[in-house]
Design a binder for this molecule. Sequence first.
Ligand SMILES: Cc1cc2nc3c(=O)[nH]c(=O)nc-3n(C[C@H](O)[C@H](O)[C@H](O)COP(=O)(O)OP(=O)(O)OC[C@H]3O[C@@H](n4cnc5c(N)ncnc54)[C@H](O)[C@@H]3O)c2cc1C
Length: 420
Amino acid sequence: MDNPERARILLRMEHRSDILIVGGGLNGPALALALAQTGHSVTVVDALAEKMRKNAAFDGRAYALALASHRLLDAIGVWPQLADHAQPMLEIKVTDGHAGTGPSPFFMHFDHAEIEEGPMGYMVEDRHLRRAFLDAMANEPAITRLDGKRVIAQAVSTTGVTLTLDDSSRLEGSVLVGCDGRRSGTAERAGIRRTGWDYGQTALVCAIEHELPHHGIAHQFFMPPGPLAILPLTGNRSSIVWSESTEAAQRINALPEAEYLQVLRPRFGNFLGDIRLQGDRFTYPLSLTIANAFIADRIALVGDAAHGMHPIAGQGLNAGLRDVGALAEVLTLAGRRGEEIGSTLVLERYQEWRRFDTAALAMATDVFNKLFSNDNPLLRMGRDIGMGIVGSLPGLRRGFVREAAGLTGDLPRLLQGRAI
Ligand SMILES: Cc1cc2nc3c(=O)[nH]c(=O)nc-3n(C[C@H](O)[C@H](O)[C@H](O)COP(=O)(O)OP(=O)(O)OC[C@H]3O[C@@H](n4cnc5c(N)ncnc54)[C@H](O)[C@@H]3O)c2cc1C
């Protein structure tokens, strides 16, 4: 029986599974696969229809996935479908710059050759990642997907959780996981408050085709209005994530293509030769939003629902996949020990594992953005000296490479490439 038919039949009755996941974006499917593979029945609800999520055309969005995230995707069986579309990130160059004046002489250069594990990570296009997740879930009998259905209410009792969908059907489960993004309704309905602020910056996102090869090198230029990242995609293509003040970003995004490129070009010079746009252009208003708690009774938050951060270091999804690895491990090991997986005692282990780490990462991206999105000459001198020091000390440099590869800290098993 195909998934839509199964979903239709299940919805006519009250449907029960071990884990209910709200949000089938990126972290939701990863968690569903990890939990299904350790013997849990999982239901994933997403407000968007499958055809809107399974967009085959290239639309310019892509993610820098750290090596540890790649290991998790491999462990849950998604990587084989992505491998041919993934661009290894071999080097990262970080430079201070001004539009038109070229990079400062001080820069940091991180090379994957400084670690034994392999590339620091991979660039993967959004369209390939979403398709791989949807295909992998369709092949997993323990996962039920309800697409085009919005969760409108949740109720927690001593025995379980009940979700109500916008077609009035109800789902029952032992644990509810909110993977429903920065404006998580799961968190709001559970009374979890958030801390955060608006950066007054907007990210302009697009992909470019260029004349010269990128050699697998990612570039981060720090400009006074905000950072500009040039991230290598397969072929002679790169993904651009470029932050400007919201007012400037709106003005630039409204420009015709040729003028948009005229604004972009002097920001990073001509080391890639001639450039032209490929696919659509996007804008994302940037803000920081961290849930004050990652759990409530029978509820856990994962990914952007728990922490939405500045894309300055491309860490949002990587942090979400660490949550996925940690929660899947905590629930699976608890179940094997005969513990009640929805108990506060079990969910607290997940919160303890992830909350401090993520809050520290989100604050680091915040400080970094404030320090670098600034033209104060003293700060500029300070950060240039700082970059010179990091760049000249091999031990420190290697530490940064391991950090970029996501290999530091208390890694869940799936991110170490081990089964749970
Ligand atoms: C400009 C930019 C560049 C980035 N680059 C990188 C990068 O290079 N590397 C990286 O690691 N991260 C990056 N990120 C971060 C990354 O995009 C996010 O961390 C990631 O998309 C979050 O995924 P998610 O699954 O948690 O949430 P989302 O992708 O927001 O998914 C939430 C899902 O929940 C569904 N939903 C919401 N409410 C309901 C409801 N009531 N009922 C049913 N369904 C519901 C929505 O339809 C949606 O599909 C970037 C972010 C930005 C803005």
